[in-house]
Design a protein around this ligand. Structure first.
Ligand SMILES: O=C(O)CCC(=O)C(=O)O
Ligand SMILES: [Fe+2]
Length: 210
C-alpha cells in the first residue's frame, strides 16, 4: 500500500497552535504533519512490524522494566545510550525512513537515528528528563512525530518549575529546537483515563563517539 505522506511537502508551521509564551522560542508544533489516515495506518504497521523491546533500568538500586515499549533505528554504526543503556540499533523501517526525510525537510536538520516509543495505554509513560546525552552534542534538535492517542508532553525548567502541557495529537510533529534540552526537562505523564495507544518517533542526530 502507498501512503500519501510519501508525496506531501508541507511547511513546518502549518497547522500550528498557541504554545505557552516562554516555550515558543524552543518549540515548533505542526498538528497536521501527517493526515489522520496516514498516521493511523503507519501506527498499525509499526505495531505489527517492529521488534519492540522493554529494557530494564536501575532506579534507586532496583531494576525495573521501562513503562512503555521502544525500538531504536539508525544509520549503521550509530551508538546511543539512553537511560544508561546502550541501545541495539535496527536498520530503518522503510516507512520510518520516509518520515525521517519529511522531518528533515520540515526542520532543516539531518537525523541519523530515531527512538520510537510505544505507550500501550494511558498507564505507560516517560519520566522527567532532557535529551542531553553527550553523544547528541551541545545543542541537539529533537523532532517527535506522534501517532494514535492524544497525550500531553510537559515541560519545566528552573525558571518555570510548574509543568506546562503541550497536547500532541495523532499526525503532529513537535520540533524541540537547539537549546531546549539545556533549559527544560520534559515528560509524558501517565493519563490513566486515556485508553488509546500512542507511538512517538523521536528523531535525533548522534555524533560519532571518537
Ligand atoms: O513520546 C514523546 O513524545 C516524547 C518522548 C521523549 O521524550 C523521548 O523519546 O526522549
Ligand atoms: Fe525526550
Amino acid at each position: 500500500m502507498q501512503l500519501s505522506f510519501l508525496n506531501e511537502n508541507k511547511e513546518a508551521d502549518s497547522g500550528s497552535v498557541a504554545i505557552a509564551s516562554h516555550l515558543t522560542p524552543w518549540l515548533v508544533l505542526d498538528n497536521s504533519f501527517l493526515t489522520q489516515p496516514d498516521a493511523h495506518s503507519l501506527m498499525e504497521r509499526l505495531i505489527d512490524e517492529l521488534p519492540w523491546q522493554q529494557p530494564e533500568v536501575i532506579v534507586f538500586g532496583q531494576s525495573h522494566k521501562i513503562p512503555r515499549l521502544q525500538a531504536w533505528q539508525s544509520d549503521p554504526g550509530v551508538v546511543y545510550q539512553y537511560s544508561g543503556k546502550v541501545l541495539e540499533p535496527e536498520p530503518w523501517h522503510p516507512d520510518v525512513l520516509k518520515i525521517k526525510q519529511r522531518v528533515e525537510q520540515a526542520s532543516g536538520k539531518r537525523f541519523n537515528s530515531v527512538l520510537i516509543n510505544y505507550y500501550r495505554c494511558g498507564g505507560d509513560k516517560m519520566g522527567w528528563h532532557a535529551d542531553n546525552e553527550p553523544e547528541l552534542g551541545a545543542n541537539p534538535t529533537v523532532a517527535a512525530v506522534s501517532l494514535g492517542g492524544r497525550r500531553d508532553i510537559q515541560f519545566k525548567s528552573k525558571q518555570y518549575p510548574k509543568a506546562v502541557n503541550v497536547a500532541l495529537g495523532s499526525g503532529s510533529l513537535l520540533i524541540m529546537k537547539a537549546g531546549m534540552q539545556r533549559h527544560f526537562q520534559h515528560q509524558i505523564p501517565a493519563r490513566l483515563r486515556e485508553a488509546q495507544a500512542r507511538i512517538s518517533l523521536t528523531f535525533r542526530h548522534v555524533l560519532p563517539t571518537c
